[in-house]
Design a binder for this molecule. Structure first.
Ligand code: HEM
Length: 223
């Protein structure tokens, strides 16, 4: 199988995408059930993941191939810090710790950055193209589900330096396609993207547990 990287990634992660969309946590989100404790937990975990990813992408900004995918306008670390301060308060930095699944995700990013840095493309693709796609729907659902005051707690979904996500995604895909890669490398990147989806689902699974617990407590307190 051959083809350009953007298409290979889209085709090669289709099944993972369906699984991620169908994760219980995401399904609850889609039904408007968004529980603040679980949500801020997820954002806290994302903070560690994006910090690792963005540190590594910045460190590799002069890499012959990764330089072509160096888009700091995508970076989410600052927007996550803004949201975390909203959900946890000014002491948010001492309130959050990486969960087990988060640590595994962070370790994986840091390990490949040393062993096989081109695989960082897979992690960048999985998170940022997702944030620019389904993420825009999740923003509206978060606002509605948690009855957030206008403009609060949704910085994660706002890309101030990107005017039109659709146009940016086209540019990003062109950059993926312009990378000169052999078949073995393309296969490794697609495999890594599937792993990135799996790591995300493990994060969702952890917060699903919290969500079920919180709903249970709510029901119990009404008995
Ligand atoms: C693309 C929806 C969850 C990662 C897309 C697209 C849609 C979408 C409509 C196509 C956008 C386009 O072609 O321009 C959703 C919905 C979700 C969801 C409704 C859940 C409610 C996720 C999750 C991840 C993710 C959890 C990753 C962890 C991606 C990626 C793409 C994408 C990487 C780009 C596919 C490509 O064009 O190569 N999503 N998504 N999505 N989504 Fe999701």
């Amino acid at each position: 199988m051959s083809g350009k990287l953007a298409t290979r990634l889209r085709e090669g992660t289709k099944q993972s995408h369906s699984l991620a969309e169908n994760a219980d946590f995401i399904q609850c989100f889609l039904k408007g059930v968004v529980e603040k404790t679980s949500y801020r937990q997820l954002l806290g975990n994302f903070y560690f993941v994006y910090t690792a990813l963005e540190e590594q992408l910045t460190q590799h900004q002069n890499h012959p191939l990764l330089s072509q995918l160096y888009f700091p306008e995508l970076y989410r670390q600052q927007s996550l810090a803004t949201d975390l301060s909203y959900y946890w308060g000014p002491q948010w930095q001492t309130a959050i710790t990486p969960s087990d699944a988060t640590q595994r995700y962070v370790d994986r990013i840091n390990d490949i950055a040393i062993a096989d840095p081109i695989l960082l493309v897979a992690h960048s693709y999985t998170r940022y193209l997702g944030d620019l796609s389904g993420g825009q729907l999740l923003k509206k659902l978060a606002q509605r589900g948690m009855s957030l005051p206008q403009g609060q707690g949704i910085a994660f979904y706002e890309f101030d330096d990107i005017q039109t996500p659709k146009t940016f995604k086209a540019t990003y895909r062109q950059s993926l396609d312009s990378l000169h890669l052999d078949e073995a490398t393309i296969t490794r990147i697609v495999d890594e993207a599937n792993l990135a989806f799996k790591l995300n689902m493990e994060l969702f699974k952890e917060v699903e547990g919290n969500l079920i617990q919180a709903i249970g407590q709510m029901i119990f307190s009404h008995l």
